[in-house]
Design a protein around this ligand. Structure first.
Ligand code: PRP
Length: 211
């Protein structure tokens, strides 16, 4: 099963990405820029959603329009994924939202789950996972396993700011069917499994350090 990586090339994404990478960017501006990137990435990631024809009465005549055939389910991965949620709800106001909480263990880098608040039955639903960082891929693999347990079939859409090649490889080995939309495929992970050049900790840069 494939993991397709789409690096979205857009001047506004590139411009915002430079500010989110910048260590001098304060948290308030970081959140704004993240949301801007989220908006543009989600617009691109949803290009393939199915629509069907509907009649619409304009003030002048009846004509044909198109409507989304099914509403997707948006799943932000706590905490950092919350930074994309507002953008997703602006673009998909009728989407359901499920929440996954997973923290990466600082020493082992393995995912430690702490929230699973997904709709009971996801069969036939298009899921869009929001998580700005795809580093080792462990958090995303865990999230996708939970989605598949709830009945998801077919390609899961993933929206992230940065992806590391090591994480993409792990997801491929995990046998997942994913379409990853990212602002950048970065160089590598460092010895602490942080993305390089990266942007630091996307959760802490939005919400401060929990410690
Ligand atoms: C970060 C990030 C991803 C995860 C990526 O979350 O937001 O969820 O790590 O790493 P991985 O691909 O190696 O699993 P973190 O655990 O720091 O939690 P936070 O969002 O609460 O800061």
């Amino acid at each position: 099963m494939p993991v397709a990586v789409h690096v979205v090339d857009h001047p506004l994404i590139a411009d915002s990405l430079t500010r989110v990478r910048d260590v001098a960017t304060p948290n308030a501006l970081f959140r704004q820029e993240l949301e801007r990137i989220g908006n543009l990435l989600i617009a691109e990631a949803t290009k393939g959603l199915a629509t069907h024809a509907v009649k619409v009465q304009t003030p002048l005549v009846e004509t044909l329009g198109r409507q989304l055939t099914t509403q997707p389910v948006v799943v932000p991965v706590l905490r950092a994924g919350l930074g994309f949620l507002h953008a997703a709800q602006e673009l998909l106001p009728n989407a359901d939202v499920g929440f996954i909480g997973v923290a990466r263990d600082e020493n082992t880098h393995m995912p430690k789950p702490y929230v699973n608040k997904l709709p009971e039955n996801l069969a036939g639903r298009q899921v869009i996972v929001l998580d700005p960082m795809l580093a080792t891929g462990g958090s995303l693999a865990h999230t996708c396993d939970l989605l598949i347990e709830r009945g998801v079939t077919g390609t899961i859409i993933v929206v992230c700011v940065l992806a590391a090649p090591e994480g993409i490889e792990l997801l491929r080995e995990h046998g997942l069917d994913l379409a990853v939309y990212t602002a950048s495929l970065d160089e590598r992970l460092n010895e602490n499994a942080f993305i390089v050049p990266g942007l630091g900790d996307a959760g802490d840069r939005q919400f401060g350090s929990p410690a």
